[in-house]
Design a protein around this ligand. Structure first.
Ligand code: R5P
Length: 297
Protein backbone atom coordinates (compact mmCIF):
# COMPACT_ATOMS: atom_id res chain seq x y z
CA UNK A 1 0.00 0.00 0.00
CA UNK A 2 1.34 3.44 -0.96
CA UNK A 3 2.68 5.82 1.62
CA UNK A 4 1.35 9.32 2.23
CA UNK A 5 3.59 12.37 2.23
CA UNK A 6 2.65 15.27 4.53
CA UNK A 7 4.22 18.72 4.54
CA UNK A 8 4.68 21.06 7.43
CA UNK A 9 3.71 24.55 6.15
CA UNK A 10 6.32 25.91 3.76
CA UNK A 11 7.44 22.46 2.62
CA UNK A 12 4.57 21.74 0.23
CA UNK A 13 6.61 22.04 -2.95
CA UNK A 14 9.37 19.63 -1.93
CA UNK A 15 6.84 17.25 -0.31
CA UNK A 16 4.69 17.27 -3.46
CA UNK A 17 7.71 16.48 -5.65
CA UNK A 18 8.79 13.75 -3.26
CA UNK A 19 5.31 12.21 -3.34
CA UNK A 20 5.46 12.18 -7.16
CA UNK A 21 8.88 10.54 -7.18
CA UNK A 22 7.71 7.88 -4.72
CA UNK A 23 4.39 7.43 -6.48
CA UNK A 24 2.85 8.23 -3.10
CA UNK A 25 -0.22 10.17 -2.04
CA UNK A 26 0.00 13.77 -0.90
CA UNK A 27 -1.38 13.99 2.62
CA UNK A 28 -4.25 16.33 3.50
CA UNK A 29 -3.78 18.20 6.72
CA UNK A 30 -5.19 21.18 8.58
CA UNK A 31 -2.67 22.96 10.73
CA UNK A 32 -3.50 26.33 12.22
CA UNK A 33 -3.18 28.40 15.35
CA UNK A 34 -5.96 29.17 17.79
CA UNK A 35 -6.27 32.85 18.75
CA UNK A 36 -4.37 32.10 21.97
CA UNK A 37 -1.40 30.78 19.97
CA UNK A 38 -1.97 27.08 20.58
CA UNK A 39 -1.78 24.72 17.59
CA UNK A 40 -4.67 22.86 15.94
CA UNK A 41 -3.72 19.81 13.89
CA UNK A 42 -6.07 17.57 11.93
CA UNK A 43 -5.05 14.80 9.51
CA UNK A 44 -7.69 14.39 6.82
CA UNK A 45 -6.08 11.60 4.79
CA UNK A 46 -6.51 7.97 5.66
CA UNK A 47 -3.19 6.58 6.84
CA UNK A 48 -4.19 3.35 8.55
CA UNK A 49 -1.63 0.60 7.99
CA UNK A 50 0.34 2.78 5.60
CA UNK A 51 3.68 4.48 6.09
CA UNK A 52 3.44 8.21 6.61
CA UNK A 53 6.22 10.61 5.66
CA UNK A 54 6.42 14.10 7.14
CA UNK A 55 8.57 16.66 5.31
CA UNK A 56 9.76 19.46 7.58
CA UNK A 57 12.80 21.66 7.14
CA UNK A 58 13.55 22.54 10.72
CA UNK A 59 14.80 26.12 10.39
CA UNK A 60 13.53 28.13 13.38
CA UNK A 61 12.54 24.84 14.97
CA UNK A 62 10.98 26.12 18.16
CA UNK A 63 7.80 27.25 16.38
CA UNK A 64 7.64 24.07 14.34
CA UNK A 65 8.37 21.51 16.98
CA UNK A 66 5.00 21.27 18.72
CA UNK A 67 2.94 21.13 15.50
CA UNK A 68 5.38 18.47 14.27
CA UNK A 69 4.95 16.38 17.39
CA UNK A 70 1.16 16.81 17.34
CA UNK A 71 1.11 15.70 13.71
CA UNK A 72 3.18 12.62 14.52
CA UNK A 73 0.84 11.81 17.41
CA UNK A 74 -2.24 12.18 15.19
CA UNK A 75 -0.68 9.91 12.55
CA UNK A 76 0.07 7.31 15.21
CA UNK A 77 -3.50 7.54 16.57
CA UNK A 78 -4.82 6.99 13.05
CA UNK A 79 -2.81 3.79 12.75
CA UNK A 80 0.01 4.85 10.42
CA UNK A 81 2.39 1.92 10.05
CA UNK A 82 5.67 3.80 10.23
CA UNK A 83 6.17 7.52 10.61
CA UNK A 84 9.24 8.84 8.82
CA UNK A 85 10.54 12.35 9.35
CA UNK A 86 12.20 13.85 6.29
CA UNK A 87 14.02 16.87 7.70
CA UNK A 88 16.25 18.12 4.88
CA UNK A 89 17.65 20.58 7.43
CA UNK A 90 17.99 19.16 10.90
CA UNK A 91 18.00 21.64 13.74
CA UNK A 92 19.75 21.65 17.09
CA UNK A 93 22.97 20.09 15.96
CA UNK A 94 25.30 22.80 17.24
CA UNK A 95 25.08 22.70 21.02
CA UNK A 96 26.53 19.22 21.28
CA UNK A 97 28.45 19.90 24.46
CA UNK A 98 28.08 21.74 27.74
CA UNK A 99 30.49 24.66 27.38
CA UNK A 100 29.42 26.34 30.60
CA UNK A 101 27.98 24.82 33.72
CA UNK A 102 24.19 24.64 33.59
CA UNK A 103 23.80 24.76 29.80
CA UNK A 104 21.33 22.40 28.17
CA UNK A 105 22.94 20.06 25.65
CA UNK A 106 20.16 20.77 23.20
CA UNK A 107 21.30 18.42 20.42
CA UNK A 108 20.93 15.39 22.69
CA UNK A 109 17.64 16.54 24.13
CA UNK A 110 16.14 17.41 20.73
CA UNK A 111 17.27 14.04 19.31
CA UNK A 112 15.59 12.23 22.19
CA UNK A 113 12.31 14.09 21.66
CA UNK A 114 12.28 13.40 17.90
CA UNK A 115 13.22 9.75 18.44
CA UNK A 116 10.23 9.32 20.76
CA UNK A 117 7.77 10.43 18.09
CA UNK A 118 9.18 9.18 14.78
CA UNK A 119 10.24 5.74 13.57
CA UNK A 120 13.00 6.92 11.27
CA UNK A 121 14.75 10.04 10.02
CA UNK A 122 16.09 11.17 6.65
CA UNK A 123 18.25 14.28 6.53
CA UNK A 124 20.89 16.09 4.50
CA UNK A 125 24.31 17.11 5.80
CA UNK A 126 23.50 17.44 9.50
CA UNK A 127 26.06 19.62 11.26
CA UNK A 128 27.99 16.76 12.83
CA UNK A 129 30.66 18.78 14.50
CA UNK A 130 32.05 16.92 17.47
CA UNK A 131 29.97 13.81 16.76
CA UNK A 132 30.72 11.21 14.16
CA UNK A 133 27.20 9.91 13.58
CA UNK A 134 23.55 10.72 14.30
CA UNK A 135 23.33 7.31 15.97
CA UNK A 136 25.19 8.82 18.92
CA UNK A 137 22.13 10.88 19.79
CA UNK A 138 19.16 9.53 17.77
CA UNK A 139 17.79 6.16 18.79
CA UNK A 140 15.80 5.68 15.57
CA UNK A 141 17.29 4.57 12.23
CA UNK A 142 18.51 7.50 10.20
CA UNK A 143 19.73 8.08 6.67
CA UNK A 144 22.24 10.89 6.26
CA UNK A 145 22.52 12.22 2.73
CA UNK A 146 25.24 14.46 1.33
CA UNK A 147 24.78 17.33 -1.07
CA UNK A 148 28.48 17.47 -2.05
CA UNK A 149 28.09 15.64 -5.35
CA UNK A 150 25.09 17.77 -6.39
CA UNK A 151 27.04 20.93 -5.55
CA UNK A 152 30.08 19.68 -7.49
CA UNK A 153 28.00 19.06 -10.59
CA UNK A 154 26.36 22.49 -10.25
CA UNK A 155 29.75 24.21 -9.95
CA UNK A 156 31.14 22.27 -12.91
CA UNK A 157 28.18 23.31 -15.06
CA UNK A 158 27.76 26.93 -13.93
CA UNK A 159 31.11 28.39 -12.86
CA UNK A 160 34.03 29.04 -15.14
CA UNK A 161 37.51 28.45 -13.79
CA UNK A 162 36.44 27.97 -10.14
CA UNK A 163 38.63 28.00 -7.04
CA UNK A 164 36.77 26.40 -4.14
CA UNK A 165 37.21 28.03 -0.77
CA UNK A 166 36.33 26.48 2.59
CA UNK A 167 35.87 29.04 5.35
CA UNK A 168 37.48 27.02 8.14
CA UNK A 169 39.39 23.86 8.92
CA UNK A 170 36.14 22.04 9.75
CA UNK A 171 35.00 22.45 6.19
CA UNK A 172 38.19 20.96 4.71
CA UNK A 173 37.03 17.40 4.21
CA UNK A 174 33.79 18.57 2.72
CA UNK A 175 35.29 21.21 0.39
CA UNK A 176 37.95 18.76 -0.70
CA UNK A 177 35.38 16.22 -1.87
CA UNK A 178 33.31 18.89 -3.67
CA UNK A 179 36.50 20.15 -5.36
CA UNK A 180 37.57 16.70 -6.46
CA UNK A 181 34.29 15.94 -8.21
CA UNK A 182 34.10 19.47 -9.65
CA UNK A 183 37.67 19.03 -10.94
CA UNK A 184 38.72 22.31 -9.29
CA UNK A 185 41.47 23.37 -6.87
CA UNK A 186 40.58 24.39 -3.32
CA UNK A 187 41.95 26.32 -0.35
CA UNK A 188 40.81 26.32 3.26
CA UNK A 189 40.87 29.49 5.36
CA UNK A 190 41.28 30.03 9.06
CA UNK A 191 38.31 31.29 11.05
CA UNK A 192 38.10 32.61 14.59
CA UNK A 193 34.56 33.06 15.94
CA UNK A 194 34.49 35.86 18.52
CA UNK A 195 30.74 35.72 19.21
CA UNK A 196 27.38 34.77 17.67
CA UNK A 197 27.74 37.47 15.03
CA UNK A 198 31.46 38.17 15.03
CA UNK A 199 33.81 36.16 12.89
CA UNK A 200 37.42 36.81 11.81
CA UNK A 201 38.85 35.17 8.72
CA UNK A 202 42.48 34.85 7.75
CA UNK A 203 43.23 34.39 4.07
CA UNK A 204 46.38 32.64 2.88
CA UNK A 205 48.32 34.17 -0.05
CA UNK A 206 45.85 34.50 -2.84
CA UNK A 207 48.16 35.87 -5.56
CA UNK A 208 48.47 32.57 -7.37
CA UNK A 209 44.65 32.28 -7.61
CA UNK A 210 43.83 35.77 -8.88
CA UNK A 211 42.60 34.55 -12.28
CA UNK A 212 40.10 32.15 -10.73
CA UNK A 213 36.47 32.64 -9.71
CA UNK A 214 36.35 32.12 -5.95
CA UNK A 215 33.50 29.85 -4.88
CA UNK A 216 32.84 29.80 -1.13
CA UNK A 217 31.19 26.59 -0.03
CA UNK A 218 29.82 25.88 3.43
CA UNK A 219 27.24 23.59 4.95
CA UNK A 220 25.25 26.28 6.77
CA UNK A 221 24.84 29.99 6.03
CA UNK A 222 23.26 31.35 9.21
CA UNK A 223 24.22 34.91 10.15
CA UNK A 224 26.38 34.80 6.97
CA UNK A 225 29.18 36.49 8.94
CA UNK A 226 31.59 33.71 7.92
CA UNK A 227 30.88 34.29 4.24
CA UNK A 228 30.63 38.09 4.54
CA UNK A 229 34.07 38.34 6.18
CA UNK A 230 35.51 36.02 3.54
CA UNK A 231 33.93 37.96 0.67
CA UNK A 232 35.28 41.25 2.03
CA UNK A 233 38.79 39.88 2.47
CA UNK A 234 38.90 38.21 -0.93
CA UNK A 235 37.69 41.36 -2.65
CA UNK A 236 40.26 43.45 -0.76
CA UNK A 237 42.91 41.01 -1.93
CA UNK A 238 41.88 41.79 -5.51
CA UNK A 239 39.96 38.61 -6.26
CA UNK A 240 36.79 38.70 -8.40
CA UNK A 241 33.44 38.78 -6.54
CA UNK A 242 33.12 35.39 -4.83
CA UNK A 243 30.19 33.10 -5.62
CA UNK A 244 28.67 31.78 -2.37
CA UNK A 245 27.23 28.28 -2.22
CA UNK A 246 25.64 26.79 0.88
CA UNK A 247 23.75 23.62 1.62
CA UNK A 248 21.38 25.06 4.22
CA UNK A 249 19.92 28.54 3.65
CA UNK A 250 19.30 29.36 7.30
CA UNK A 251 19.83 33.12 6.74
CA UNK A 252 19.04 34.59 10.14
CA UNK A 253 17.47 38.06 9.92
CA UNK A 254 18.88 40.05 6.98
CA UNK A 255 21.82 37.71 6.45
CA UNK A 256 20.99 37.04 2.78
CA UNK A 257 20.67 40.74 1.90
CA UNK A 258 23.80 41.54 3.91
CA UNK A 259 25.79 38.91 2.03
CA UNK A 260 24.72 40.29 -1.34
CA UNK A 261 25.45 43.83 -0.15
CA UNK A 262 28.94 42.74 0.97
CA UNK A 263 29.70 42.01 -2.68
CA UNK A 264 29.00 38.31 -3.18
CA UNK A 265 28.89 37.49 -6.87
CA UNK A 266 25.68 35.49 -6.35
CA UNK A 267 24.35 33.33 -3.52
CA UNK A 268 23.14 29.82 -4.32
CA UNK A 269 21.81 27.15 -1.99
CA UNK A 270 20.31 23.68 -1.93
CA UNK A 271 16.55 23.47 -1.32
CA UNK A 272 16.87 21.88 2.13
CA UNK A 273 15.28 25.08 3.47
CA UNK A 274 12.85 26.92 1.17
CA UNK A 275 14.51 30.23 0.16
CA UNK A 276 14.81 32.37 -2.95
CA UNK A 277 18.47 31.43 -3.28
CA UNK A 278 17.57 27.74 -3.80
CA UNK A 279 19.28 26.56 -6.98
CA UNK A 280 20.28 22.95 -6.33
CA UNK A 281 17.57 20.41 -5.61
CA UNK A 282 18.15 17.64 -3.09
CA UNK A 283 15.01 15.83 -4.28
CA UNK A 284 16.97 12.95 -5.89
CA UNK A 285 18.85 12.44 -2.61
CA UNK A 286 15.69 12.46 -0.48
CA UNK A 287 13.90 10.06 -2.82
CA UNK A 288 16.79 7.61 -2.65
CA UNK A 289 17.00 8.03 1.12
CA UNK A 290 13.32 7.26 1.71
CA UNK A 291 13.40 4.24 -0.62
CA UNK A 292 16.48 2.89 1.13
CA UNK A 293 14.91 3.39 4.54
CA UNK A 294 11.67 1.73 3.58
CA UNK A 295 13.52 -1.41 2.59
CA UNK A 296 15.30 -1.44 5.94
CA UNK A 297 12.27 -0.80 8.16
C1 R5P B 1 30.41 26.18 11.17
O1 R5P B 1 30.95 25.32 11.79
C2 R5P B 1 29.64 25.99 9.91
O2 R5P B 1 30.27 25.13 9.02
C3 R5P B 1 29.39 27.33 9.23
O3 R5P B 1 30.63 27.90 8.86
C4 R5P B 1 28.67 28.26 10.13
O4 R5P B 1 27.55 27.64 10.63
C5 R5P B 1 28.28 29.54 9.41
O5 R5P B 1 27.65 30.37 10.33
P1 R5P B 1 27.43 31.91 10.06
O6 R5P B 1 26.71 32.03 8.73
O7 R5P B 1 26.60 32.35 11.22
O8 R5P B 1 28.77 32.58 10.03
Amino acid sequence: MNETVFALPGNESLAGSLAKQLNAETGRLILRRFPDGESYVRVESSVEDKPAIVVAALREPDDKFLPLVFLAAALEDLGAKKIILVAPYLAYMRQDRRFKKGEAVTSTCFARLISERFDALVTVDPHLHRRSSLDEIYTIPSVVLHAASLISVWIREKIENPLLIGPDSESEQWVKSVAEVAGAPYVVLEKVRRGDREVEISIPHVDRWREKTPVLVDDIISTARTMIETVIHLKRAGMPAPVCVGVHAVFAGNAYEDLLAAGAGGVYTCDTIPHRSNSISVLPLLTGGVLYLQEKL
